[in-house]
Design a protein around this ligand. Sequence first.
Ligand code: PMP
Length: 354
Amino acid sequence: MAYIPAPKTAALTPYDPIDGDYRIRLDANESFLLPTAAERQAMADAAFGQALNRYPDPLARGLCAAFAAYYGVRPETVTAGNGSDELISVIMSAFLQKGERVLTLAPDFSMYRFYTSIAETPCVTLEKTAALLPDVDAILAEIPRQNIRMVIFSNPCNPTSLGLPASEVRRLIDGTDALVVLDEAYMDFWDQTLLGEAADYDNLIILRTCSKAVGLAALRAGFAVANERLTGILRAAKSPYNVNAVTQAMARVVLSDAAACRARRDRLVAARDELMGGLKALEGAGALTRVYDSRTNFAFARMDGARRVFGALKDAGIIVRCFGDEYLRITAGAPEENAALLDMLGKILHNRQG
Ligand code: PMP
């Protein structure tokens, strides 16, 4: 007798994006700000007080309440996850009957498609416009044509860094009976959120995360915000103790200090603007043909021979993300990291290096 794994597992490989030690890491859209020593002490104290011999609160009520207070939503509309990645996976498995179809956009966050393949859910991918924006009319036309039950996309978008105005997102949600999963992982950096109206729709789930502006990627805390009916389904479908007690306690401490959260966000936005300014100054230099307007904490740039530029940066100890041979995505880092990146990129583009 021999066990043969399911064919859908054949192409799976563990997610392991970093394959080396780099001096400067601008590849994962994380925050470059570590919580201050005082903040870390408060977090450690909160973790210390946890009953580690007991299971955590399955609904992470304290954490959800802190999230709800900071973002001005009702706690009854919030579900916590082990990162928003986990929530994407739960949504794919809980909200679709076998064979029901999902619509994703391209380019967009690659994990959407990955989770549809694990869930054996047919996934239709619609190309964005030439300007790399979602085309709401095209999406609304495609939904009935392809019998789509769920649309998922990020706004602002990873990797393009571009944002779709709230009015356009509303037009999409209002125009369909499909479930719209709106991934606002980067919306702390822009002002077009639909969080305040999430519970007014019967077909909307908004995803948020503590991994970007809040600066807690290591803790794995993500949230879904939706009306109480959809929230009830999410809470029932997730695994019971999906967010561990240490994460609940620590992330709660951080989210409870609204002024500190806003100040951190402002520093990340300032770093982004600095990076964007430097990149814009290089636009048109050699291979760098376009820098897109960023609504996130990273920049997205089009260049000829992106792989060569990526490799030259990597050789200099600076890691960014490369998309095909056409685009680079660069996370805004600390001021000295941005300066080092811009300096090296300038040299590479002017062919003095790499
Ligand atoms: N959505 C988008 C658009 C992202 O870029 C990311 C992280 N790269 C995630 C979701 C996942 O975030 P988390 O760390 O909360 O799982």
